[in-house]
Design a protein around this ligand. Structure first.
Ligand code: GDP
Ligand code: IMO
Ligand code: MG
Length: 424
């Protein structure tokens, strides 16, 4: 069997959690392959709402196992709180969750370093979620990191102390940055103790055996393609590879083992944190999208920046990821507009292009729009794509034509049930 991949094509928060949950019954395993608690994946069903940060979005379904792969970074404090909340509502997390020995640990001092570094950047700050993601991946590539497998070794505490000592040395260079590490360490060690009760495996062997035995795996991306460390709007990006290739390095599966790649995008576009955003609307239209779409961060509560859909950006993401099918989210939010705008090209210093340019941060990009008619009616009660208004079908067909990939799912509300399958 091959690993199917579901990932975000924009700047995150596309609705990955919802669609992974919808698709989970088709799979035996759901696996996260990168990112950490900077993610906030929302699921809604049976009048209940959950936001997951580290746990894969398959956790609510029976007969499905969830893997946290080697490419993920884990904060034991956030993890323990998340798991305890799930256990409190009756989810047998221990029986459904598996950790990779090679996943890296976020230390309390990584969070302090994240905060210190952001403060020092001043107006150039990334808008990090301050979860310690950047410093943890820096220690991974710097070959200093602590991994989940280390917590099972007798010298774990000594390794921890050595790394913290390094961090404290660095923190002292940030003038005026005050911190008290001691109060953060107790809950972190409790989190480590908690993690020891779970199944911890050599996940690359595990996943490959699973595939060999004919079981199916869906890899769940976090963040989005435009936040990818290599291909995103650098330096305003996260610190991992959020793209399909990240599945190979983040789970230990070969490129030849990748099956379907499901790319997910909003019917418009949002971004949270700093950095360029060509179609951003700083006017009342942007505000209307934010209010209608409840566009406030699932992890930090920050207002998300909103704009129209951006075809050059999506084409770029589709190319980098090898997307084979698309899910379009939050179509219901655009119901309030008589006219919907689609950015088909950019005007970059007089050049008309549909290619995403290298230096988006420094160049002035003027979006070129095509206007189409809105559907102006409530979609949230729709139970079949056949009954969708013709303007919505036209919007979907036009996007398929521009993006050259079929849209197989159209989402019309946050609930699991508000999901239209356009083609099987
Ligand atoms: P993720 O990080 O990609 O999983 O996305 P988030 O959970 O951060 O943000 C998506 C938000 O949109 C959540 O609040 C979802 O409940 C909500 N959502 C997902 N799909 C739809 C949809 O089709 N319509 C509406 N109105 N909300 C949706
Ligand atoms: P999900 O999985 C949206 C953004 C942050 C910041 C930048 C770097 O829910 O889609 P980091 O904490 O990673 O160092 O922050 O990336 N960011 C996200 N934006 N959704 C996310 O995750 C994000 N994870 C990180 O806002 O701009
Ligand atoms: Mg999110």
């Amino acid at each position: 069997m091959k690993v199917d991949v579901l990932l975000g094509l924009q700047w995150g928060d596309e609705g990955k959690g919802k669609i992974v949950d919808v698709l989970t019954p088709e799979y035996d395993y759901i696996a996260r392959f990168q990112g950490g608690p900077n993610a906030g994946h929302t699921l809604e069903f049976d009048q209940k709402k959950f936001v997951l940060h580290t746990i894969p979005s398959g956790i609510f379904r029976d007969n499905v196992l969830n893997v946290i792969g080697n490419g993920v970074v884990i904060d034991p404090v956030v993890l323990k709180i998340e798991i305890e909340k799930l256990i409190a509502v009756g989810i047998p997390v221990k029986e459904r969750l598996i950790f990779s020995k090679k996943a890296h640990l976020i230390l309390p001092s990584h969070r302090l370093l994240d905060a210190a570094s952001e403060t020092a950047k001043g107006k150039n700050k990334i808008g990090s979620t301050l979860k310690g993601i950047g410093p943890t991946y820096m220690d991974k590539t710097g070959r200093n990191g602590l991994r989940v497998g280390d917590i099972l070794e007798p010298d774990f505490k000594a390794k921890y102390d050595a790394l913290v000592e390094k961090h404290v040395g660095i923190l002292k260079h940030f003038e005026g940055f005050e911190f008290d590490l001691s109060e953060l360490e107790g809950p972190w060690m409790e989190g480590i103790e908690f993690m020891r009760q779970f199944t911890i495996v050599d996940s690359e062997h595990y996943i490959n055996k699973v595939l060999k035995s004919g079981k199916s795996v869906l890899a769940e991306g976090a963040q989005g393609t435009m936040l990818d460390i290599d291909f995103g709007t650098y330096p305003f990006v996260t610190s991992s590879n959020t793209i399909t290739a990240g599945t190979c390095t983040g789970l230990g599966v070969a490129p030849t083992k990748i099956g379907k790649v499901i790319g997910i995008f909003k019917a418009y576009c949002t971004r949270v944190g700093s950095g360029p955003f060509p179609t951003e609307l700083l006017d009342e239209v942007g505000e209307k999208i934010r209010q209608e779409g409840r566009e406030f961060g699932s992890t930090t509560g920050r207002p998300r920046r909103c704009g129209w859909i951006d075809i050059p950006q999506l084409k770029y993401a589709i190319m980098i990821n090898g997307v084979t099918e698309l899910s379009m989210m939050k179509a219901d939010i655009l119901s309030v507009f008589d006219t919907i705008r689609i950015c088909t090209h950019y005007n970059v210093n007089g050049n008309i292009t549909d290619e995403f340019p290298f230096s988006i941060c420094d160049q002035s990009i003027e979006p070129i729009y095509k206007d189409v008619s809105g559907w102006n009616c409530d979609l949230t009660e729709l139970n079949s794509y056949d009954n969708a208004p013709k303007e919505l079908k036209q919007y979907v067909s036009l996007l398929e034509e521009l993006l050259e990939v079929p849209i197989t799912i159209v989402s019309v509300g946050p609930d699991r049930s508000q999901t239209l399958i356009t083609k099987h």
